[in-house]
Ligand binder design. Sequence first.
Ligand SMILES: C[S@@+](CC[C@H](N)C(=O)[O-])C[C@H]1O[C@@H](n2cnc3c(N)ncnc32)[C@H](O)[C@@H]1O
Length: 260
Amino acid sequence: MALQSTEVSAREKVLQTPKAQWEAVAAQDLDYHLRQFREPYRSTKALGRFLVSRAGKLGGCALDVGCGAGASIFYLSQLLPELQWTGIDLAGDILFQHSRTLFSDQQIHARLVSGDFYHLTDLFGGKKFDLVLSLQILHVLPSYEKALEQLLAVSSKWVVITSLLSEFLVDAKIETTDHTWPAEVSHAYYNVYSFPRLRAFCEAHGAKEVIAQDFDIDIDLPVPTAGGLGTYTRTLETGKRLQFTGPVYMPWKFVLVRMA
Ligand SMILES: C[S@@+](CC[C@H](N)C(=O)[O-])C[C@H]1O[C@@H](n2cnc3c(N)ncnc32)[C@H](O)[C@@H]1O
């Protein structure tokens, strides 16, 4: 009975506006967003290599959708200096006040916008970007179709997605409640979507080519001691590391969509 009422209160609290909800998550998880500026994550570095090897020389305008505080922009703008960056996040009012000075200290120019990625076409007045990134976004949404439609609509050439994806024709809807976090920010999704279906969705919305690559992490990460969510690894006899958060397996993929 006690457990049930905890579940209900966590679910009820997420019924606030999405902006209030994501701002509360950002305030709680500020360290996740900011420590990447000091030490980019392995996934960000591997994504940079994936982009350079698959998309070649990149220039023009780039948009990072759900950019957090902007740490991926911060890293990639040093790797790909020809790109002019915009970042958009619903929790920007909380996050950007902490990162704007990190950008200006390094003389990195990025436009950081507080806004909703479900309205990209309206927000940017029909403008298209040469490169659109969606990093660790789609799997945290209840479903991905509306957001992906917007990402594809504002890209003139490339869309890059990192998410939890498998080769099965199965979408796994995984909801978590992390009881080590305050109830109002304890609810999350770690959905694992079907890559073949996501690819077909992109093709039906104008994509010319969609490729995916597994992200295999190259370091061991320990199990978090607090007993809640947080990435850790387990290694197979083959040497391949699998990533987990709490009880959930995380099959990360990098996806590159070519729109032209
Ligand atoms: C899991 S974090 C990923 C952040 C960053 N892309 C990264 O890779 O570290 C998800 C981000 O999406 C943002 N977000 C969620 N819904 C959004 C929406 N509708 N519009 C814009 N940003 C949103 C959240 O505020 C949060 O910063």
